[in-house]
Design a protein. Structure first.
Lengths: 189, 243
């Protein structure tokens, strides 16, 4: 991710927020960050339509929180902290609903004396597709960490700031997440 | 973990890292996404979140705790004002009220009266003086001077006084029993004169059983004689004053 090309957008966001023109700040924010935020949310959730819906929520949440935005803060750190939090919330809700659906399906299958159908496995025939499938098998926090660091290319210091931890801890978590991703992709193969 | 260790791990997983980096180009917002966000923003109002230094729930709990402790603060204040321990405030206030109610009666204390009774042992002397109100003035003395003379009003209908007695007697009696070389007591047999002093203290001119007389100052809240000295029995008695 080439963040340098977003510097003008960051500048516009800072100026508009300082002037209290939040609408203009939102326009600059969406114009600059719509693709990275949609991409991050899609890969976090493994669903393009849902990813775009959640990305829209992320921008609206950022818009609502603009009066509290610190003048010297980094726009992208702030925005992706919101995005990560929103995606993790959606995943938690989805997991809860999936548990209920599985339970319901199990009861129905038991009533019909047949096994529930197996979940469809995504066919992965390219490296990118395989890594997408592998990501979905990782714990959500590790998935977010890998996407922030490698897909978005955020510096370690910014990732540490978003997670509220030290850079050393981020390195350790990244190494562990990479190993797990390798294992997940090896299993798929 | 050091940067070199992470770099080694990234090198080992270079294919995965490259694929993760390539993800950035795979998903893009659909056309019209920005317009949809801006349209939806019409229903959102940016506002500053109220920032509290501590969680609101904790503040409420703290407020309730402070409010609930108000009676305790009042008790401490009263204890400071009356110069008694906080636990004895209620008893002290009642004792003072009884002194005010029976002040004239207390000034008529006389061993020759039918209202007077004395319980005399080698260690302790208890003088009982009954008043028409039904209240009884109990004066406890140590013939050996092991503890200062103390007066206590008893009102039979008052549970607080019963509680006060329960706390006072255990302290008083062991001291009296521990007194060494007791001699025959010379209890107070007559109150010759009595009046209120500033700071709501009571001054008394009393005659003892041995015929001597003394002046004493009593704290009506604790019943203790805080000052005493021998004095001539013929003293002019002024007006009783006001508490």
């Amino acid at each position: 991710m080439n963040w340098d090309r977003l510097r003008p957008a960051d500048q516009s966001v800072h100026e508009a927020i300082a002037a209290g023109d939040y609408r203009r700040a939102l326009e600059a924010l969406v114009a600059g960050y719509q693709h990275p935020v949609v991409g991050f949310c899609t890969h976090m959730l493994g669903d393009a339509a849902l990813g775009e819906d959640v990305a829209q929520d992320v921008f609206l949440a950022a818009y609502a929180a603009m009066p509290g935005f610190h003048r010297h803060a980094s726009v992208r750190t702030w925005l992706f902290a919101i995005a990560r939090k929103r995606c993790l919330q959606v995943l938690r809700n989805r997991r809860r609903q999936a548990r209920l659906a599985r339970l319901k399906q199990h009861w129905l299958a038991a009533g019909a004396h047949r096994q529930p159908p197996p979940s469809p496995e995504a066919e992965a025939d390219s490296a990118v597709q395989r890594v997408q499938a592998g990501l979905q098998r990782l714990p959500e926090a590790e998935r977010a960490l890998l996407l922030m660091r490698y897909e978005l290319g955020l510096p370690l210091t910014e990732v540490a700031h978003i997670l509220g931890t030290s850079v050393s801890s981020v390195r350790r978590r990244l190494a562990r997440a990479l190993r797990r991703l390798q294992e997940a992709m090896a299993d798929d193969a | 973990m050091t940067p070199e260790e992470l770099a080694r791990r990234e090198a080992a997983a270079h294919a995965q890292v490259a694929a993760l980096r390539a993800l950035a180009e795979t998903e893009r917002a659909t056309p019209g996404f920005a317009a949809r966000v801006l349209a939806a923003a019409g229903g959102v109002r940016p506002r500053r979140a109220a920032a509290l230094p501590v969680p609101a729930g904790l503040l409420v709990l703290l407020g309730l705790a402070l409010l609930g402790a108000v009676p305790q603060y009042l008790a401490w204040f009263q204890a400071l004002r009356l110069k008694v321990p906080p636990a004895a405030v209620a008893v002290a206030r009642l004792q003072e009220q009884l002194w005010q109610r029976n002040f004239a009666c207390a000034g008529q204390l006389d061993a020759r009266s039918g209202n007077y009774a004395a319980l005399t042992t080698e260690a302790v002397v208890v003088v009982v003086w009954a008043c028409p109100s039904g209240d009884v003035l109990l004066t406890v003395e140590s013939p050996a001077g092991a503890f200062p003379r103390r007066s206590l009003w008893i009102a039979h209908d008052d549970p607080l006084l019963r509680q006060g007695l329960a706390t006072l007697w255990p302290r008083l009696l062991p001291v009296a029993q521990a007194a060494e070389k007791p001699r025959r007591p010379a209890p107070m047999v007559r109150v010759l004169c009595q009046r209120w002093l500033p700071r709501r203290l009571v001054w008394r001119h009393v005659q003892l059983a041995d015929g001597r007389c003394q002046e004493e100052v009593v704290n009506p809240r604790t019943g203790r004689v805080v000052q005493r000295r021998l004095a001539p029995c013929a003293l002019a008695c002024g007006p009783p004053g006001r508490p």
